[in-house]
Structure formats: structure tokens, C-alpha cells
Design a protein around this ligand. Structure first.
Ligand code: ATP
Ligand code: MG
Length: 434
């Protein structure tokens, strides 16, 4: 008897198997009944010809409510009637956990269920293979990212998620009461990963939650996401940083295409791997493109959702899915980005994927005086950042890096309609549970 499925829970001995899973469906057709049993690998048909099955067992199995968890032992037979090429004729069964009726939502029903209902019942939603597949791909993605950064000499670090100061703008901070003192949830590991550049660790990465109090309901913002951050020392310019992010994304896309075949098939998606190097557009070129397409943005404005989309459409028409936007005006970028001396621009980049920002990065200002001046220019009080600035006083190498939201990357890669599809239990202004 051949093994039923790769690495499955099904144990086959002399044609006998015990399978455990959820009762997806029971169909009674008179003289014969069928039960579809689902486990993490897929489904198996349990075939019950009434005359050949113990009457009590037949009664038990045909009356099971959908999604009940059972263990069924029986004889495995080859079958050309089932997708698996096998079926199970039961000889005994045990109900491990009965599912209540009615279900909060169906697992196999074809009706379109509202996103809210799905998220309210995420444990049930995740039983759908096409939902589960997204999270299997997400896990593979993290594994591939880690492979790529380790190969390039980055050390994994963990920086605090409760902090005394934010890095990415005051309005988006979640304030917490820290034993009577004000503290904030980390918007990004920015300040800490930069501090680490003064230590000789040289290349660090972190994959961890980031919190943003974004009071807007969009399909690409959530209040908690997973940020993949890198910071690297001894760079000559921001292009070295861009080369590194490209190397990593390329490894992820190629790897998922290969390792995620089964999940991609379930989702009916294909991953395209863009040629390298990814094209670069300057901010000024982008501004011209959006202006020509009827969006009246001025020098210094953020390109915004609409601007990014216009550029994305133009780039996709040229067959470019991933591209850099470089040389943003310094005023549009945070204080830690290095200015391009004597110009209104900065050594910064965004990486956009089909019309949406997935990453921001650049060369950082490592010169103490220039950094303090930039903070003051942005209306920040250097005093509030002394823990950060101290690291720049006693020898800080030139450095740069990026932050990338891994859900944004996944969403664009799989062409999902909403970032919430890529988060198990998403958090947004109107959702704090489950
Ligand atoms: P956007 O302008 O698209 O809101 P941002 O420029 O504010 O993003 P950054 O501070 O540059 O975001 O953060 C780096 C990356 O983190 C972004 O490119 C994105 O991939 C991700 N990210 C930022 N905010 C969110 C959010 N609210 N939800 C999900 N991902 C986010
Ligand atoms: Mg950004």
C-alpha cells in the first residue's frame, strides 16, 4: 500500500489506516453515504456502503455535524472516483470533538461571506484551504528572508517595542501608561537599529511587530504589522542598500515560486520574478508623471496613494512590477535620512510594487551635528532623543537601511485585495478582537 500523502497524518498498515480530521461534509445517497474528511493536507473520502458497514457505525458517521473532529479507522482502497485516488471504508470511529450547529460561517459554502464575518470567525475562516495557504506562504516568506539576510552577514536582533520616543511621526504613536510615565509602542525599530551601527555589529535585521496609530481605514494600513528591517554600515551610498533589498526580494520571489507551488496552485496565483536591476525613477520624474496624468501635486508633496497608483500603472504597462523611487525631497522624509547637500533632495528611496509603496529606506545622517540640525528643522527636540543621539557622538560609521512591511509585500505578490487578508488577526481602528 503506497503512502497516501506526503508527510500526512495517515498511517497505513496492511491497507488499514487511521485518519483524523474535520468532517467537512456528509452526503447520504440512499444505499451509500460519503463523508469528506479534511486535515491539513487536504481531503479524503470516507465511503460507506450501508450494507457493508456496521449499522451503529453507519448511524454515527452519517449523523455527524459538519466540522466535528473525528478519528476514523478503516480500509484504504484505491478509487478512480476520488481526486486522491483513494477512499476509506470505515471499520471504527471516535468522535473527538463535536461541532455545534449551526456553524457561524460555512467552510465550503460558495456564498460570498463579508470580510467582517470572516474576521470575527477567523478560526473557521482559516479552515478554508485558500485562506490557510496565504499564511503558509507568509511563513515561507519569512524563512526565505532570513535565509537571504543571513547569507549576507546580517545578525538578527530584537529591539524594544515599548519606548520613550517615536521615530516616524508623533500623530501615529500609541501611547501607553508605563508605571505612570508616558511611553509609546514602537512604530519601527529605526532608532535602535541605527544605534546598533555604532557597535560594530555592522549588519543587523529584525522581523517584528510595528504599531501605527493610523486612524484611517484603507486596504493597506493596519495598526499592527510585521516590519522587516535591515541596517548596514560602511556604505558609500544608498544604492548599496537598494542592491541589498533587491537581492533579498529576488531570493524571496524565486523561493516562493518553487517552495510554495502547492499553495500558489490552491490560490490560483502565479509569482512573476522581475528582471534585475529594478528600474529607478526620481521623485521629480514621478511628480511630472502624476501631473501629466491630471493629479496636481506640488514639489515636496507626498506622492500618496493616488500618485503611487498612477506611477504603478505606467510602470506595469512597461512590464515593470517592482521599481525604486529615489531622491525624495528631504522635507518629505524623516529626520534620520541624509540630505543631498546643496539640493532640496535626500539620499532616500521607496520600493514600490505595482503601484504601492512596500518599503522606505536610504542612507542615514551619521554626522552628529547634521543630525541634530535635521531634528531641529523638523520641529523635534533633540533632548527627547538623547538616548539615540549619544550613539552618534562617539564614532558612528556611515550607514543605511530600510523597513518593509511584509504584509504589503505578500499582498502585492499574491494580488490580494486587502492587507487584512495577509494578517491572521488584523488590528485596525475598528477591530481589536479576536
Ligand atoms: P504609507 O505612506 O504607505 O502609509 P509610510 O511611508 O508611512 O507608508 P514607513 O514609515 O515608510 O511607512 O514604513 C515602512 C514600511 O512599513 C512601509 O513601506 C510599509 O510597507 C510598512 N507600513 C507602514 N505603515 C503601515 C501600516 N499602517 N500598515 C501596514 N504596513 C505599513
Ligand atoms: Mg514610507
Amino acid at each position: 500500500m503506497a503512502l497516501i500523502r506526503d508527510s500526512s497524518d495517515i498511517k497505513v498498515a496492511d491497507g488499514t489506516a487511521t485518519v483524523r480530521g474535520w468532517v467537512q461534509d456528509v452526503r447520504n445517497m440512499g444505499g451509500i453515504s460519503f463523508l469528506t474528511l479534511r486535515d491539513r493536507h487536504g481531503t479524503l473520502q470516507v465511503t460507506m456502503p450501508k450494507k457493508k458497514i456496521d449499522p451503529e457505525l453507519f448511524e454515527l458517521l452519517t449523523k455527524l455535524s459538519r466540522e466535528t473532529v473525528v478519528s476514523i479507522t478503516g480500509e484504504v482502497k484505491e478509487s478512480n472516483q476520488t481526486a486522491l485516488g483513494l477512499e476509506l471504508i470505515p471499520t471504527s470511529a471516535e468522535v473527538l470533538s463535536e461541532a455545534a450547529v449551526p456553524l457561524p460561517m460555512g467552510v465550503i459554502d460558495k456564498v460570498n461571506v463579508e470580510m467582517d464575518t470572516r474576521l470575527n470567525n477567523r478560526f473557521m475562516d482559516l479552515r478554508k484551504p485558500e485562506v490557510k495557504a496565504i499564511f503558509e506562504l507568509k511563513a515561507m516568506m519569512v524563512e526565505l528572508i532570513e535565509e537571504a539576510v543571513r547569507k549576507n552577514g546580517f545578525t538578527q536582533v530584537y529591539t524594544p517595542k515599548i519606548s520613550a520616543a517615536g521615530a516616524e511621526g508623533g500623530a501615529e504613536l500609541f501611547k501607553v501608561d508605563y508605571f505612570g510615565k508616558p511611553a509609546y509602542l514602537a512604530q519601527s525599530p529605526q532608532l535602535y537599529k541605527q544605534i546598533l551601527m555604532s557597535t560594530g555589529l555592522d549588519r543587523v535585521f529584525e522581523i517584528s511587530p510595528a504599531f501605527r496609530a493610523e486612524h484611517s481605514n484603507t486596504n493597506r494600513h493596519v495598526t499592527e504589522f510585521i516590519s522587516f528591517d535591515c541596517e548596514m554600515s560602511w556604505i558609500a551610498n544608498e544604492e548599496e542598500v537598494m542592491g541589498m533589498i533587491e537581492t533579498i526580494i529576488d531570493h524571496v520571489l524565486n523561493g516562493l515560486k518553487e517552495r510554495g507551488k502547492k499553495q500558489l496552485e490552491i490560490l490560483g496565483k502565479e509569482i512573476t520574478v522581475p528582471a534585475r536591476p529594478y528600474p529607478m525613477l526620481t521623485y521629480s520624474e514621478c511628480l511630472k508623471m502624476v501631473n501629466e496624468n491630471g493629479l496636481p501635486l506640488k514639489e515636496g508633496d507626498d506622492l500618496g496613494t493616488e500618485g503611487e497608483k498612477i506611477i504603478g500603472d505606467i510602470m506595469m504597462e512597461k512590464g515593470c512590477d517592482l521599481y525604486f523611487i529615489i531622491e525624495y525631497p528631504e522635507e518629505a522624509k524623516p529626520f534620520y535620512i541624509m540630505e543631498k547637500d546643496g539640493t532640496p533632495y535626500s539620499f532616500s528611496f521607496d520600493l514600490d510594487y505595482r503601484g504601492q509603496e512596500i518599503s522606505s529606506g536610504g542612507q542615514r545622517e551619521h554626522r552628529y551635528d547634521a543630525l541634530v540640525a535635521r531634528m531641529e528643522k523638523k520641529g523635534l527636540d533633540p533632548e527627547d532623543f538623547s538616548f539615540y543621539l549619544d550613539a552618534f557622538k562617539y564614532g558612528m560609521p556611515p550607514h543605511g537601511g530600510w523597513g518593509i512591511g511584509i504584509e504589503r509585500l505578500l499582498v502585492k505578490m499574491l494580488d490580494l485585495p486587502n492587507i487584512r487578508e495577509a494578517i491572521l488577526f488584523p488590528r485596525d481602528p475598528s477591530r481589536l478582537s479576536p
